[in-house]
Design a protein around this ligand. Structure first.
Ligand code: GDP
Length: 365
């Protein structure tokens, strides 16, 4: 399962958010830095508005949404790339995740100490990004040495890596994240093999006060931050209130509804955040439904329809074909007579149908 790591300075609300996301108290949320030393991993369900009506249609009460893993990574601090505040350990945890949810603090609360002594989300985000870039600069320098050696032995692949690494050095030195380097398609693919922290897909979760969530633009720090993020990296910004979400996760469904109504919001910030994270990981889902269950299945965007069928069962990838109606059928489980008779007459057409083009239509098997 793909993983998104929650990162940010200490005391910005990462563990509180993680608790809300996983609906557990697994990660400790306490008002002091470094209370979370080992990463906590939790499975998070991806809310899907299509599932309930589909379940009603097929008369099942079992709903199985898609899921992703979230990792609560302890607070990074200035100097992390030089080992400050267990920096190396935390950076190693960041290296392992597939995407980054970067939490910044926009809420004021005198009772919650700010690591840098003031609430300034832009400065906070710059501290974290600088640490990721500094760690990348070190990694690029060592990968360059290794590839130079190989390139001298006429290794063409290593020579291509050297060319890209040499472009990355001045780019990182200017304080720019690796993913902003102008690259062609080959270079974009090659960049992935370097496993750089600043090349990972990232979105910002802006942690606001409970009463600001109905209209996040009432918080001038959020407004300024969103403009800054768009100008810097075109990264998405989700407005959330970690505290409110944590309270919501402890309430029964009806109570949670009433609470949301009282706060003047219909959708929780966390719902949008999880969906944005799922999208950031390059994932999408298709649905199946029957008496037993209504279920969302995860596929990577760009996968073909047969590959998607293979997510359910590897056999389906080989046995699926596209019928004239454009509906995909799995030969081994389709009970319709016309299907088996057609099978006898003509060999199945197996085309690389791109699933994205199918929108959210259920895959009928
Ligand atoms: P982390 O170090 O980033 O993981 O921060 P925590 O989640 O442990 O939160 C640190 C402190 O801030 C805790 O006392 C939380 O209750 C508090 N906190 C987190 N989010 C909010 C919020 O949205 N509003 C307020 N007022 N306090 C919050």
């Amino acid at each position: 399962m793909l993983q998104a790591g929650i990162v940010g300075l200490p005391n910005v609300g990462k563990s509180t958010l993680f608790n809300a996301l996983t609906k557990t108290r697994k990660a400790e949320a306490a008002n002091y830095p470094f209370c979370t030393i080992d990463p906590n991993v939790g499975v998070v369900q991806v809310p899907d508005a299509r599932l309930t009506p589909l379940a009603e249609l097929v008369k099942t009460t079992t709903l199985i949404p898609a899921a992703i893993e979230m990792v609560d990574i302890a607070g990074l601090v200035e100097g992390a790339s030089k080992g400050e505040g267990l920096g190396n350990k935390f950076l190693a945890n960041v290296r392992e995740v597939d995407a980054i949810v970067h939490v910044v603090r926009c809420f004021e609360d005198e009772d919650v100490i700010h690591n840098m002594g003031r609430v300034d989300p832009v400065a906070d985000a710059e501290v974290i990004m600088t640490e990721l870039i500094l760690a990348d600069a070190e990694s690029v320098a060592s990968q360059l040495q290794k590839n130079l050696k190989k390139a001298r032995g006429n290794d063409k692949d290593a020579a291509a890596s050297v060319a890209l690494l040499e472009k990355l050095i001045p780019h990182l030195d200017e304080g720019k994240p690796a993913n902003l380097l102008p690259m062609d398609e080959d270079e974009t693919e090659r960049l992935k093999t370097f496993h750089l922290l600043s090349s990972k897909p990232m979105l910002y979760a802006c942690n606001l006060k409970e009463d600001e969530i109905a209209d996040p633009t009432t918080n001038p720090r959020f407004v300024a931050f969103r403009e800054w993020a768009a100008s810097q990296q075109d990264a998405a910004c989700c407005a959330i209130s970690a505290k409110m979400e944590e309270e919501l996760s402890e309430l029964e469904e009806e109570e949670a509804k009433e609470y949301l109504e009282a706060m003047g919001v219909s959708d929780s910030g966390v719902t949008s955040l999880i969906q944005a994270t799922y999208d950031l990981l390059g994932l999408a889902s298709f649905l199946t439904a029957g008496e037993k269950e209504a279920r969302a299945w995860t596929f990577r965007k760009g996968m073909t329809a047969p590959q998607c069928a293979g997510v359910i069962h590897t056999d389906f990838e080989k046995k699926i074909y596209q019928s004239r109606s454009g509906i995909l059928r799995g030969l081994n489980i389709c009970r319709k007579h016309e299907c088996s008779s057609r099978r006898r007459q003509t060999p199945p057409r197996r085309e690389g149908v791109h699933f994205c083009g199918w929108g959210c239509r259920p895959l009928q098997m």
